[in-house]
Design a protein around this ligand. Sequence first.
Ligand SMILES: *[C@@H]1O[C@H](CO)[C@@H](O)[C@H](O)[C@H]1NC(C)=O
Ligand SMILES: *[C@@H]1O[C@H](CO)[C@@H](O)[C@H](O)[C@H]1NC(C)=O
Ligand SMILES: *[C@@H]1O[C@H](CO)[C@@H](O)[C@H](O)[C@H]1NC(C)=O
Length: 806
Amino acid sequence: MGHKGISVTGLVCSISFFLLTLHSAYGDVSYSFPEEMKRGSVIGNIAKDLGLEASRLSARNARIDTEENRKRYCDINLSAGEFIVTERIDREELCGEKVSCILKFELVLESPLELHRISLQIQDINDNTPIFPKDTIKLEIAESAFKGARFRVNAAHDADIGQNAVQSYTLKRNDHFALSVQTTAAGSKYGELVLDKELDREQQQELKLLLTAVDGGTPQRSGTVVIHVTVLDANDNAPVFSQAVYKPSLPENSPLGTLVLTVSSTDADEGVNGEVTYEFSRMSDKARKMFTLNHKTGEITVIGALDYEDESKYEMFIEGKDGYGLSSDTKVIIEITDVNDNAPVIYLKSLFSPIPENASPGTEVGIINVQDRDSENNRQVRCSIQQNINFKLVPSIKNYYSLVTTGELDRELVSDYNITITATDEGSPPLSSSKSMQLSVADFNDNPPLFEEQFYTTHVTENNKPGASLCSVTARDPDWRQNGTVIYSLLPGEVNGVPVSSFLSINGDTGVIHAVKSFDYEQFSSFEVHVMARDNGSPSLSSNVTVSVFITDVNDNSPQILYPALEGNSFITELVPKATYGGSLVSKVIAVDADSGQNAWLSYHVFKSTDPGLFTIGLHSGEIRTQRDISESDSMKQNLIVSVKDNGQPSLSATCTMYLVISDNLAEVPEMKDISYDGSNSKLTSYLIIALVSVSTFFLTFIIVILAMRFCLRRKPRLLFDGAVAIPSAYLPPNYAEVDGGGTLRSTYNYDAYLTTGSRTSDFKFVSSYNDNKLHADQTLRKTPTDFAEELDGCDGSPEVGRYCK
Ligand SMILES: *[C@@H]1O[C@H](CO)[C@@H](O)[C@H](O)[C@H]1NC(C)=O
Ligand SMILES: *[C@@H]1O[C@H](CO)[C@@H](O)[C@H](O)[C@H]1NC(C)=O
Ligand SMILES: *[C@@H]1O[C@H](CO)[C@@H](O)[C@H](O)[C@H]1NC(C)=O
């Protein structure tokens, strides 16, 4: 446990010997904490000390990074924001003899990227005892040595530092030696034996002394060594090193066997007494693996792989000893210099993939950290990204970079990015490395389905089979999955007041349009529907297209003969005056065809006639004219069988019979039924018929005259129906009266008949023709022959004219 103080106030609380301080400056925080603390020990509350919300740490992906990517000794507890110990921290292993041992960390937070430096000063605890280099020290001292002579003893070493290092030595009481404690230039303490009472070899050949080294820690620790003193006959000089401290430097990666330094010492003695041998007296285990010392020559050579990044400085002591065992030592500090041997390393700290395609420019998609283990210029790193992609690197804090978008992303253009980042240091030669990362773009429903055509047209022949497929529409949507799945539907609409859905249907998946029923050109020849393509996104996008359906005509309607038409059970007869000249218009066959174009282009032919030379028919007008003057010898009854053909493929036709009576007098018109009979069959029958007709005609004429006299005497007949042709609208073919419910007729004939009383010939006039005029259905509907008769007024006196048509 420890107490924490804010250094700004200079307040330092130290109740127990663990001292914990917190510095906070420039968003950085430093802690001080003892080594060798249990895992999980709380060093401090970073969140509190930096003023961060502990609850948001997780969301901001807070984490502790160590610089060199080495062992991570501490971490952050995200729930409480505490900085805790996660590994055993051994100050001696980490920092050796360095007075200050600091671990550096970085606290990284995202959105926005934030970096805080944390330094942790590791405090020493007295966990190491002073140790002498050897268990026993052998000293050879001549009996002639004077009182006050000094003999150096190698220092004891304590891995701890400061107060916890060796503070003093004590020598167990003895008859001959006292102890003098000395301090070296480097600050370490060693002991010297001072001869207090001269030695006498004859009296005592050997002595054993017990030297104890103590440190200043609490509790105190100590180490001892036994010194064997051998009393010799002659005197001797100790070797003297040429330098008290050697400071060679050496580039890292120096090859094995490289000579670092030769230490040398001189000994005033001659012969064996002047021969100096060298050995390492005190050095770290690490240094022992790197260097070797030639005992005779004092050459230090490299035996291990030197790495500046691992250790930049080695310290060692070398002892020089002459043949009599007199020794002295020197310190060697080997500095390792940096070589640009480490390429930068790129760490991808976070990557937000997939990134939505509607992300605005400047969106941060990743965080990159670059490290170079070298030092100085060798660790200056420049980062770059390959050009012409939608991203750039923005230097952030220290060696962090943000990867941000520079423009709009479009998944439909590029759905995956392979981003390569290159880092180059400024060493010479420079080293570089690169890292690729895959970034995918997530779909956003930003494309409506688009039809391949701006509009669609299809032609269908009428009388098609219901269910037949007419055409197909296709729309494409480049979005992903359901955002790009197209569904087709018909937009509601009407054709002549009937919903389009009763005419067409569309397959929602394929866009194939089917006819629901059979079309009739005579009802409508074209219509439009609107098709919508919608994607399955949410919200979904759609577009519309117009499909025009054109129905092509089939010759499915035969010509309809309007005149002469069968009217009830009677027949129509035309009176031809006897004095008709050749070329006169006698009558006219009127026919229509509900089809259109060629299918409705009618031609008239005389199929059969009583006297082939007498009448002709206009090929396209249907007008019946005399070919020559009528003579007395011409038969009174003339029958023409007229066929009307349309021009379709195959053509359809209709026939009718025109009954002409050459007579000036209605009264001469014979019985109609007889006329209908084709007299050329049998002579006998003809005579019989003529006889019968004559009798009947006579009888009829008698009756008519009686009746006419009775009625016409009272009322002058207003109209004399004497062969003039009146074709009322009731003669229109039924289908013209019942066309579509819209109330207007698309094709309507309106015949206006001039009923001539005086003229003996018939005149027609077409007042209107196809499409010129619209006639309301109710005006043309259902005029019965009775109505017609009423229109003709009730002139009973006029002869009942038979009308019939085959
Ligand atoms: C990405 O680009 C790097 C360098 O151009 C290449 O080595 C790697 O194979 C690419 N990866 C993919 C998935 O395309
Ligand atoms: C479709 O687009 C929406 C946004 O419009 C998006 O949220 C969704 O993830 C997309 N779906 C797919 C499958 O990509
Ligand atoms: C398609 O037509 C529907 C119905 O008329 C309309 O609501 C929609 O806005 C139209 N969409 C487009 C893209 O024109």
